[in-house]
Design a protein around this ligand. Structure first.
Ligand code: RIB
Ligand code: CA
Length: 326
């Protein structure tokens, strides 16, 4: 089977880290590199956390390039209250020294995209992609497919009544990326809160994971405990929504989500700053620049998530049928 080359642009981040672990466990993917953007935590923290994940997965062969330290225009606002003081659930895993790369995220993206046959899975604010457009628009146009965890259609926001964090944290960056996609006829696959809110890692699922692999399960527990507590405190949810891994799973298996094509614009100011405005009824008569995902199958996602991370055949994961929330 031909592997698909991807760059994962992310802000690790608890769910970004689970997404990286999943991506590195999927034989369908060749992770050409990881680029870091300021988001859940400052960019240096995201760099440090990405190295910790690569070390745990035995993949410190994959380049990790640091990108934007702040959004395109607005001030930087982290999500450390959600991801903990270390942006990795206050697991405070040992630092991985060095591993500095000779180029920054945008230079790396430009160099790799110009080789062709490369897609991008964006799991954080879209600042690096926006800067790529500003510095090397022809490289952006060469992105084979762009899957973005971000935005929301009918689901409420998580940073304001109408805005999701990745697009709210850098609305100008997201707006430029969607506008550029519209200009170049590209469609961004928007894996937003409408589908990711269905992907809830529960205590039972975590316990099952630990029973199947105690060591890896303990690692996942270490980085998610803070996230469980956050979800209980702020959303009275027993479990935690793991947004980013769905974007990786969807990139590999498009049947995991259903949706529709439409024109999307990102609002950049005022009370609805960061809102992904989806022109479902085509009021503006503009060509679609997005695929908005609205339905997903959480059981099929967790079968893939567990199966790949634990290297188990799906039929061995029979308990999932009982444990996964429909
Ligand atoms: O709104 C959820 C998104 O914002 C996720 O990607 C999370 O990691 C944060 O980046
Ligand atoms: Ca993220």
């Amino acid at each position: 089977m031909k592997k698909r080359n991807v760059i994962i642009d992310c802000d690790p981040g608890i769910d970004d880290s689970l997404a990286l672990m999943l991506a590195l466990s999927m034989e369908e993917l060749l992770v050409v590199g990881i680029t870091i953007v300021c988001g859940n935590g400052p960019v240096d923290m995201g760099f440090a956390n990405a190295k910790k994940i690569l070390q745990r997965m035995g993949r410190l062969d994959i380049p990790v390039c640091k990108g934007a330290e702040r959004p395109l225009k607005r001030e930087y606002v982290s999500a450390l209250e959600t991801h903990g003081a270390d942006a990795l659930g206050e697991s405070f895993l040992p630092e991985v020294p060095g591993y500095e790369q000779p180029m920054d995220a945008v230079e790396f993206m430009e160099r790799e995209l110009k080789k062709g046959n490369l897609s991008v899975i964006a799991l954080g604010p879209m600042t690096n992609l926006a800067r790529l457009i500003q510095m090397a628009p022809e490289a952006f146009d060469q992105i084979e497919e762009l899957v973005s965890m971000g935005g929301n259609f009918r689901s409420h926001g998580n940073c304001s009544p109408v805005a999701e964090y990745n697009y709210w944290a850098d609305p100008d960056g997201a707006a430029l990326v969607y506008k550029t996609a519209a200009r170049s006829g590209k469609k961004i696959h928007m894996v937003g809160l409408d589908v990711t809110r269905r992907i809830v890692l529960t205590p039972d699922l975590l316990e099952y994971f630990k029973r199947l692999d105690g060591e890896l399960g303990a690692f996942v527990q270490a980085i998610t405990k803070f996230y469980f507590d956050f979800h209980w405190e702020w959303e009275h949810l027993i479990g935690c929504v793991i947004n980013d891994p769905l974007a990786v799973a969807y990139f590999v298996d498009r049947t995991l989500c259903e949706g529709f094509e439409a024109y999307i614009e990102i609002d950049t100011e005022g009370i609805s700053m960061g809102q992904s405005v989806v022109d479902e009824k085509n009021f503006y008569g503009k060509k679609a620049n997005g695929v908005i995902l609205t339905k997903t199958d959480s059981l099929r996602f967790f079968k893939l998530f567990f199966g790949r991370l634990l290297k188990l055949k799906e039929q061995k994961l029979d308990l999932l049928e009982m444990l996964v929330r429909p």
